[in-house]
Design a protein around this ligand. Structure first.
Ligand SMILES: [Fe+2]
Length: 399
């Protein structure tokens, strides 16, 4: 079914490419400029979006084996993600139940059990408390009544989602709105994690807007990959998640020194899979996945996180490769990753940092998203909708 959907999209895109058209939104949408810098609004976004709905916190192949773990701080929440001996992923607050000390330093590792570095209490992969140091002196405590704080987690399509709220009972699959079936077509669970990097950027929505339109590509990126490419895009939605794709599919390629497009005389069904998966696959609220051919088939998965204030964000870039690269491919892959980091840092985010200064002057009332920028319209619409929705009604937004 999902492959059929992919073919349908490719046929629709091709039809637009041949006609020189794109699907347009009904109208131009204006949103208040203050949405990008107002501190209380930003705090609401952190609390009601980032701390309420599932967030992509990693990919399966960062922790492929039993005992592998990843420990990270996300918006002030220390999270420990691990793969247990049954191959399932689990997420816990990285905090000893005794007095809250972090069980492990941030990073990747492999452990069968976790021993708190403060007083030595220990936990197994299920988060169960299995050892209390000098319990005869500590006092009577039933170990079965205490365990690590568990966080909701879901692994689908080689991607790991976590909710930063131990009390949440949100249906994570429902939130994905069937989009995971599309993402499965990447087959990321079998892909190689080549490298990750972190780029500091502007307000998370200022930064994310740039992933949701192709309108800016031939202008802002004219010196890098954007020369002579179309600025049109079609948008396909699954709940709040959307794919942004040029009518004429294209993939940036270091091998060909530029951009590769399909031969439109070749039937769509015979296009290579990465061409069928071209464009930017965004995962609400803060992730994008885009295809490249740098050192072989690859994707850049970018995860944007708000920083400490409305004016900063941090983007973790994962360069994932279909196959483990050879030495030569490694050089190409690194070149492609360097270019992508450069483009994001020096073109997208430097533009974002300057534009948010202008917005913050308060002299611009609103910003606009044209009929050709439906991706941004959809995204900001969903942000507004989620901020307005009470916990009890949150689930009804997704189907
Ligand atoms: Fe850009």
């Amino acid at each position: 079914m999902s492959k059929e959907k992919l073919i349908d999209m490719a046929l629709n895109n091709k039809m637009h490419a041949e006609a020189g058209t794109m699907e347009l939104a009904d109208t131009i949408v204006e949103i208040p400029a203050s949405n990008y810098f107002d501190k209380s609004r930003w705090q609401k976004e952190v609390d009601l979006i980032f701390k309420r709905i599932p967030l992509v916190l990693g990919v399966s192949n960062e922790i492929p084996n039993a005992g592998d773990y990843k420990s990270i701080d996300v918006l002030g929440v220390p999270v420990l993600i691990l793969r247990n001996s049954n191959g399932q992923v689990k997420a816990y607050l990285n905090a000893c139940i005794h007095r809250g000390a972090a069980l492990v330093e941030n990073g990747l590792g492999n452990k069968k059990r976790f021993s708190c570095p403060y007083h030595g209490w220990s936990y197994n992969e299920d988060g169960s408390l299995i050892g209390i140091s000098s319990q005869q002196d500590f006092g009577d405590l039933d170990k079965n009544c205490k365990s690590l704080i568990s966080l909701p987690i879901l692994e689908k399509a080689g991607i790991i989602w976590v909710i930063l709220n131990s009390n949440s009972n949100l249906d994570m699959e429902k939130f994905l709105s069937g989009y995971d079936k599309m993402l499965e077509l990447f087959d990321l669970e079998n892909w190689h994690v080549f490298s990750t990097r972190v780029v500091k950027g502007p307000n998370w929505k200022v930064a994310y807007d740039g992933y949701l339109d192709l309108y800016h590509l031939p202008v802002l990126h004219s010196e890098t990959f954007g020369k002579n490419i179309s600025n049109q895009a079609n948008y396909y939605e699954w709940g709040p998640h959307q794919r942004v794709v040029s009518p004429l599919a294209r993939i940036s390629s270091s091998e060909k020194g530029g951009v590769v497009t399909p031969d439109l005389d070749v039937p769509v069904e015979d296009w290579p899979m990465d061409m069928l998966m071209a464009g930017v696959w965004t995962i609400f609220p803060n992730v994008s996945i885009a295809s490249f051919r740098g050192g072989g088939r690859a994707v850049m998965l970018s995860q944007l996180m708000p920083g400490d204030n409305p004016e900063e964000s941090f983007t973790t870039q994962y360069y994932l490769m279909e196959k483990k690269p050879t030495k030569e491919q490694e050089i190409e892959a690194k070149k492609q990753f360097d270019l992508l980091e450069y483009v994001v840092r020096e073109e997208d985010y430097s533009t974002g940092l300057r534009l948010q200064k202008s917005l913050k002057t308060g002299m611009i009332d609103s910003v606009m998203f044209g009929k050709n920028e439906g991706g941004g319209q959809n995204f900001h619409g969903w942000v507004d909708k989620i901020l307005k929705t009470k916990d009890k009604d949150l689930m009804s937004l997704f189907s």
